[in-house]
Design a binder for this molecule. Sequence first.
Ligand SMILES: NC(=O)c1ccc[n+]([C@@H]2O[C@H](COP(=O)([O-])OP(=O)(O)OC[C@H]3O[C@@H](n4cnc5c(N)ncnc54)[C@H](O)[C@@H]3O)[C@@H](O)[C@H]2O)c1
Ligand SMILES: [Zn+2]
Length: 344
Amino acid sequence: MHSQRSSEESVDDDTTSNTSNSSVEEQVQEGESDAESLADVLENLVISQKKSLPKVKDKLDQIIQQILEGEIKNIICMCGAGISVGAGIPDFRSPGTGLYSKLEKYNLTHPEAIFEIDYFRSNPHPFYLLSKELYPGLYTPTKTHYFMKLLHDKGLLLRCYTQNIDSLEHVAGLPKDTVIAAHGNFDTSYCIDCKADHDVAYVKEAIMSQNPCRCVKTKGCEGLVKPGIVFFGESLPERFWSSIPKDFKAADLLIVMGSSLVVQPFASLIDKPREETPRILINREIVGETHPDLRRMGYRRGFDFSNDVDSNDIALLGDCDDMIVDLCSKLGWSSDLQDLMKQA
Ligand SMILES: NC(=O)c1ccc[n+]([C@@H]2O[C@H](COP(=O)([O-])OP(=O)(O)OC[C@H]3O[C@@H](n4cnc5c(N)ncnc54)[C@H](O)[C@@H]3O)[C@@H](O)[C@H]2O)c1
Ligand SMILES: [Zn+2]
């Protein structure tokens, strides 16, 4: 049985930039340790980043051309909490603003506890509080959500795999069959003991009043009832697993947006497309890279942003809504995106 787990197996810092590490190292060895030499090193770092930009631009231009000429027509989007930050919903791991840095508010012993079934059984209140804050209906989709609707309208969206539980993909107008809510959402609810499905309205009322509700379906069962959000250790929806092989085989572009890519098995989806399929990461930071030594050992493919020759991976770093505006402008879709948002 496949279940969700948080693997904080972060990428080594030295693999997370497009810069040439050796030239910087040489500078450090050769240079003095005073502030001036540090400034030189930093300046060269910036210059080498700038030098690598045209290559990213070339790859991106090529993808844009392939989309416009109909060569790329099956796009998979993979989304994380970062795409909803612009809507006012905090993500988990952004330092300072993410939910994990506000633990005292939820009175948790450790961040992941909010999604652990044993913790929920002993104290459902933090998850009920989070559920009230995230409950669909309170937020408006972002440009990034509407971009996916635009891809769908243009017949280009093969599937949206989302980790998000806020259902903003649906609010933006994506039909249910185009979205796979890998970590569930508030559309279903069930008893954690007998597993019986419960009326969503019953659980919504409990969430809004912050009074965790109990099983009313099985005689003698007093299990807590929770929305169908996938907790750590719980199985992901069957549709997630059954859709992966066909979808990722057919994909001719993968766009990953607003995720730290640390929650498994979702994060490993980036390895599923065919080897030649281009992958674009749109995020505030580099994520999902595999250390070159591990890649050499065949450990897993991961992203490879440091290889300008063989790799089809591109990182567009910044706020995803800004990146989407740029992308739409390059595609000549700016007014389409604006029209879509006006109609909403
Ligand atoms: N909106 C939601 O539904 C919501 C909110 C919080 C957490 N979650 C849950 O968090 C879990 C996993 O984590 P995750 O990887 O989705 O989130 P995460 O918090 O671990 O990572 C978010 C990533 O997005 C980046 N980011 C933040 N704001 C951004 C922006 N405006 N533009 C571009 N990038 C931005 C961050 O740098 C980070 O790398 C998921 O299981 C999800 O269910 C969901
Ligand atoms: Zn029950």
